[in-house]
Design a protein around this ligand. Sequence first.
Ligand SMILES: CCCCCCCCCC/C=C\CCCCC/C=C/C(=O)SCCNC(=O)CCNC(=O)[C@H](O)C(C)(C)COP(=O)(O)OP(=O)(O)OC[C@H]1O[C@@H](n2cnc3c(N)ncnc32)[C@H](O)[C@@H]1OP(=O)(O)O
Ligand SMILES: Cc1cc2nc3c(=O)[nH]c(=O)nc-3n(C[C@H](O)[C@H](O)[C@H](O)COP(=O)(O)OP(=O)(O)OC[C@H]3O[C@@H](n4cnc5c(N)ncnc54)[C@H](O)[C@@H]3O)c2cc1C
Length: 642
Amino acid sequence: MAAQIWGSEKRARRRREISAKIAQMPELHDSKPLPFMTREEKIMESARKLTILTEKMGQIIDPTDPAELYHLNNEVLGLEGNPMALHGVMFIPALSAQASDEQQAKWLPRALRREIIGTYAQTELGHGTNLQNLETTATYDLATQEFVLHTPQITALKWWPGNLGKSSNYAVVVAHMIIKAKNYGPHPFMVQLRDEKTHEPLPGITIGDIGPKMAYNIVDNGFLGFNKYRIPRTNLLMRHTKVEADGTYIKPPHAKINYSAMVHVRAYMLTGQAIMLASALNIATRYSSVRRQGQIDKSQPEVKVLEYQTQQHRLFPSIARAYAFQFAGAETVKLYEHVLKEMKSGNVSLMADLHALTSGLKSVVTYQTGEGIEQARMACGGHGYSMASYISEIYGVAIGGCTYEGENMVMLLQLARYLVKSAALVKSGQSSKLGPLVAYLGVKSEPTSLIDRIPNSGFTEYVKTFQHVSKRQTLKAADMFFGLMEKGEKREIAWNKCSVELNRASRLHTRLFIVEAFVRRVNEIADIRIKEALTDLLHLHVNYELLDIASYALEDGFLSASQLDYIRDQVYLYLGKIRPNAVSLLDSWEFSDIELRSVLGRRDGNVYENLFKWAKSSPLNKTDVLSSVTQYLKPMMEKARL
Ligand SMILES: CCCCCCCCCC/C=C\CCCCC/C=C/C(=O)SCCNC(=O)CCNC(=O)[C@H](O)C(C)(C)COP(=O)(O)OP(=O)(O)OC[C@H]1O[C@@H](n2cnc3c(N)ncnc32)[C@H](O)[C@@H]1OP(=O)(O)O
Ligand SMILES: Cc1cc2nc3c(=O)[nH]c(=O)nc-3n(C[C@H](O)[C@H](O)[C@H](O)COP(=O)(O)OP(=O)(O)OC[C@H]3O[C@@H](n4cnc5c(N)ncnc54)[C@H](O)[C@@H]3O)c2cc1C
């Protein structure tokens, strides 16, 4: 199963080898539990491990393999981030995709050797989503052949970029490029921020940390201001766009090609989210198979809480989602790598499809991951609320994904643009022009769903039902939009008035893609036992998801009430079938105790001993009487007794 999850036998084996090596290297372990550290201590601890990794990485992993790097990162540095998180996730990808060959030769080897630390500075205090209204300017000075970076007012301060505050000395900065008083829109520039020897900010740069966040606090998300700060013309990233010495602007082959670093993260973060969901579920499911509370049959002893149907209903559909996200994520990364290769050689024809797909997936996956992690936390009762479970930290990090790389509502609306264009093709009889991901919009569906009507139809009728509701909602939302415009509404106003319906269409389309990716994967599996276990999980997935969106299929009578009863019964049937495999389905992800960082979810299952040991090690328990008591509470009580 691990091979299915991680993509191959080899990958699963390598993960085990890497975990085993790390287990033998105490210098790479947390020196004490992270929840007992201050933010400063965590940052220090992370930097300590990071420098050891820089020395020893080659002994543990193949540093050119992103999957091995990611695993090493999760084990040693953990999900709360590290001082170079953005260096790998965005700085290097931005340089790789957007710098010319000559620029790459100058900067990439230095970045890869970690001679310099970089980040991606785009968002500002006043604008994140609406890139067209960023305020930082890069004005070309023809006389010196330099760009002058400037922050015109407080709202133009860069705000949020990870590791910008304290760790990075370089950044890819996005600013509006102005040449001879003409604004060419946001463009990426390579900018040195700090002196390479002293790490002091360079003159003209104001920089710092934005303060503690809901989670992800090892990362020093930062602010940055420029006071007429000059950089050479050749620091504009020039793979696709060029500015010649005389100020001539050569436009890129696709207007949004400079957005590629964002698409990179959107494509890769899906598996990151799946891992966080599976981690939380692993903790909760292990704990639920140890925790005994109450009886189902009063004549019998207390049961493990995992025996309760409500507990299974809380956890198992999310187990199915974690697998589904992992499989959909793997497909998306493949597509991304293909599009990136094409893009580098000038073929930009697939960019729109990739953008639409990743925008939808990013939104649905992060939202459902958040839901699943929070349910996992509640499924642990009181102990889920303790940092000993570590689930609240996992939740805090995962839920950030709903916001970063494009706020979810906004990204769903990006997919909706693509769906509305596709709907227009269908309406004008040009269905043959539809891309493969939306081809179903042009296919006539049966008048009613055949779920429960055709024996041994596998998952086909489920997929057709998802296609039907997605198509119907897309055409309905598009009709609403076109209708408003026909009535004379301005395009943007009409769009806003339909945006809730449009986002519903985007979610349904994305959920269809996720179901199909799961079906595709299960169909490929040769090992009969693995296929059987995943088929059970897929049954739960399709029935649970369909029940969740049933109103869309009921409103036009595509599904009947009796079919809905059948679907509901299937959910209960598969909850029971999955129960014996539940812990194994999560243990198959092979998270080590070091990586999970959860006292509650350790592999040994000694929950109560581990919790008591953990509580005793709390810094508050170093002394029996705290100074808060001697200084304030004791005098207060004494005074009251007089
Ligand atoms: C095995 C290895 C595993 C590794 C796993 C890695 C896991 C990673 C997980 C790690 C966990 C934690 C890390 C945390 C890191 C956090 C880092 C965060 C960074 C950031 O947040 S950076 C800032 C991100 N900011 C945004 O995303 C801003 C969002 N806004 C936008 O993107 C845009 O403004 C917009 C798209 C919403 C609108 O842009 P605009 O220019 O105004 O365009 P429009 O007018 O709306 O649209 C015009 C047309 O352009 C099309 N378009 C838009 N974007 C693209 C694109 N990228 N590609 C192609 N086409 C695009 C759009 O569709 C329109 O087309 P149309 O006119 O409809 O034809
Ligand atoms: C953990 C974390 C890490 C980050 N790392 C980085 C980084 O490394 N580099 C970087 O540059 N940035 C980074 N960011 C910033 C992040 O990319 C932005 O916060 C994000 O893009 C959302 O933009 P915003 O904050 O402007 O939200 P806003 O756009 O102000 O969103 C507020 C509300 O307005 C709604 N809204 C906005 N526009 C529209 C619209 N057109 N239609 C409908 N609704 C709309 C949204 O849906 C939302 O409900 C990070 C953020 C976080 C939380």
